[in-house]
Design a protein around this ligand. Structure first.
Ligand SMILES: [Zn+2]
Length: 189
């Protein structure tokens, strides 16, 4: 089964710069939207794989503020309920670079302490679900052991895939950009 089918049928998606998302989509519209989303998802996945390889060739991802920013997006920071597709994907793709152990924290459904295998920076990982349709994971930096090398993070945070959930932060926090702009941001141009 298509994993995104349920998402687009049951929840609204954020499309700030396009026409407002309709509440109910026809079967054809849903399928078309799923297809387009999966193509965009693959684009970002490939970009993250090449960006992580570039970060690791020079230092480790921890040294890059824009990496920290994307993996750390957390709806709880703004009191909202959403998943950020970029955050979710980047955490999944980065996971192999960390040693994972039990956390002292208990504020999430799942709490873990992640330590970078290369530099020893530590993070708190959290996963929680807010409803049967919205769950999210976040990775928050606790101690940075690497010297920051990358370009500074900017606000509002530019995202290409964006958010999915029940409530969203304002446009001063998150903005929707095209793939070229997101690629430039991640590759630090
Ligand atoms: Zn590191």
């Amino acid at each position: 089964m298509n994993p995104f089918k349920k998402i687009f049928q049951k929840t609204k998606t954020q499309q700030p710069d396009q026409e407002p998302a309709k509440k109910y989509l026809s079967k054809e519209e849903t399928e078309q939207r799923n297809k387009e989303f999966m193509a965009r998802f693959e684009q970002v996945k490939n970009l993250f794989i090449s960006s992580l390889a570039a970060y690791n060739a020079e230092n480790c991802p921890c040294a890059y503020p824009r990496f920290q920013q994307i993996i750390g997006i957390d709806c709880r920071d703004t009191g909202n309920s959403f998943k950020c597709f970029e955050t979710d994907l980047l955490i999944n793709l980065s996971k192999a670079g960390f040693d994972i152990e039990k956390s002292q924290l208990t504020d999430e459904c799942t709490n873990e302490k992640w330590t970078c295998k290369k530099c020893g920076s530590t993070y708190e990982y959290g996963w929680s679900d807010f409803s049967i349709y919205v769950e999210r994971q976040k990775l928050k930096l606790v101690h940075l052991a690497a010297s920051p090398k990358g370009k500074p993070a900017v606000h509002p945070i530019p995202l290409y895939l964006g958010l999915m959930g029940h409530s969203y932060p304002s446009k001063t926090e998150i903005t929707s950009v095209d793939f070229g702009a997101f690629e430039n941001y991640l590759t630090e141009k």
